[in-house]
Design a protein around this ligand. Sequence first.
Ligand code: BTN
Length: 318
Amino acid sequence: MKDEIISMLVKSQDYVSGEEISQKLGVTRTAIWKHIKELKREGYKITAHPRKGYKLEHYPDIPAYYLLKPFLKTSYLGHTGEYHDLIGSTNDRAKELAASKVPEGFLVSANGQTAGRGRLGRSWNSPSGQGLYFSLVLYPNLPPVELPGLTLLAGLALAQTLEVLGVNVQIKWPNDLLINGRKVAGILTEIAAEAERTIYAVVGIGINIEPLAEEVKSSFAYPATALKEHLPEVSRQSLLALFLERFEKLYEEFKKGEFSWSLTEYKRRMAFLGEEVMIITGDREYRGVLHDLGEDGSLIINDGKTIKRFAAGEISLR
Ligand code: BTN
């Protein structure tokens, strides 16, 4: 109910009468007034005028889909969603919702997570208000073998978003975002598929926003940084809206089979290209020069004798 009231106020950007809200939502004006009081306690600044109704003057920088509406330029990503102040994992929730067929582009976001998950079974530290945590539900009509490309696209879209905002980033294959060699964001894509058909894909993104406490920094497997250390004024809402816009463009091209431009753009930002790296896949370790990115998004390593392709793994500098 509160979400719907906020949605109406955000959309209007002007006064909305208590009568109009109560009619639209089918509840009494007293009920509306109680919700407004609660919203004010949560940090929303709402002016009440005896004749004109309610006007939203200011709202907190939380990544809720209903607050993105005024500046969201997508045709479907983020148009529907669910926002949680605290949740276990937005990816877990998005998978449940995907199984019940919520619309494509459904956005599950949270202020904090208690069981945030990273790649390779790691956990993703998600303290409330300190990062941007969200997951998107997609139904790509593609065979599962083509889906690794989707994760690369999400990484590229996020890199482009951060560049538009004014920071230079590199992508550590497959999809860690680095600023000056330190990890600022990670992506966890999970899919449900049959041999030939994808049922759904959930793309989950975690971005460190607020400067990190020392104990958080040391919980990362890789040296970490936070966006506000580079862009002190960044807002989670505008970052999310810009990302959704970029990602929707790339995703639409990808579905039409137009992937090569994105790969070129990805490669321009790829960390460690031409350098000696180590790649770990399962319990195996390989060493060699990071030679290239394959046309399917795989990683190509040259160990001086053979050239090997990797579809998954974790790379680091040797
Ligand atoms: C990684 O770098 O290992 C991937 C991290 C992905 C974290 C995000 S936060 C939102 C979404 N929900 C999760 O539980 N994980 C992803």
